[in-house]
Write a protein that binds this ligand. Structure first.
Ligand code: ADP
Ligand code: MG
Length: 235
């Protein structure tokens, strides 16, 4: 399951990058198309030394137009493919989802010498979320925390209703924390300080939170540990 998650992260990021490239290419491409069209009009009015010269110019322009059309199709295709799956938002009990994630991770947390503290406010209201995507985000955060505590430590996970609109979940560890330089880049796709890290967990997580109308933020000090705070709209 961990491998499937890693693959999902990778796919999502590849999708996002394709979309970025497609987007970068699409706009200049459409202006190339327009300019070629105008060149065609100019060509229709132009006089050439010979009929053959005129035909040649016309054929060249036709070839360019054809390629521009083909590239436009391809970029459209990539853009369609790369759109991140829309979350299916339903009412979810965050403490249940979190509890499930912690149960799932219990074995590896225990083995790493990480003590887990569950601080769930009993009146935490339900949120609007896609359960699978929310699980993916929470698993990413729990995994990062475990990796930041190679000599063990404490993971404190809490939930509470924030106001009439939002619910706050926080994932706090007593790990190595981050320098300011790392904190400034941690949501970048492919940014990782780990050997063999994908650097995709947090960028994908942030993208998921945004698609939920929520936020993901981080507080961290080197040597002092790290707290990630998620906010999600109430159901
Ligand atoms: P990866 O885990 O593959 O490196 P992520 O996107 O999950 O990629 O995290 C990016 C980087 O942010 C990590 O390499 C690490 O430097 C930093 N980071 C994330 N979570 C924590 C944490 N809980 N404590 C310390 N550093 C963290
Ligand atoms: Mg990670």
């Amino acid at each position: 399951q961990a491998e499937a998650l890693a693959r999902a992260e990778q796919l999502a990021a590849v999708g996002r990058i394709s979309a970025q490239v497609a987007h970068e290419v699409r706009n200049p491409l459409s202006s190339i198309g327009l300019n070629v069209e105008m060149l065609g009009d100019a060509l229709a009015r132009a006089t050439f030394h010979s009929e053959e010269e005129g035909r040649e110019a016309h054929d060249l322009l036709t070839a360019v137009t054809r390629e521009v059309d083909r590239l436009t199709d391809v970029t459209e295709q990539y853009l369609r493919m790369a759109r991140p799956p829309k979350p299916t938002l339903v009412s979810e009990n965050v403490t249940e989802v979190l509890g499930g994630v912690l149960d799932f991770s219990r074995e590896e947390l225990e083995r790493a010498g990480v003590e887990v503290v569950r601080d769930f406010a009993p009146d935490t209201p339900p949120v609007l979320a896609d359960e699978g995507q929310l699980r993916q985000v929470l698993l990413n955060l729990v995994r990062n925390s475990r990796e930041a505590m190679p000599d063990g430590g404490r993971l404190t996970v809490s939930t509470r209703g924030l106001d009439s609109k939002e619910v706050e979940i926080s994932v706090q560890d007593t790990g190595r924390g981050m320098t300011e330089a790392v904190r400034g880049r941690l949501f970048e796709p492919f940014f990782s300080t780990k050997e063999g890290g994908t650097g995709l967990g947090l960028s994908v997580s942030q993208q998921i939170l945004q698609a939920h109308g929520g936020t993901l933020s981080c507080q961290s000090q080197p040597g002092q540990g790290t707290t990630f705070v998620l906010r999600l709209p109430r159901a």
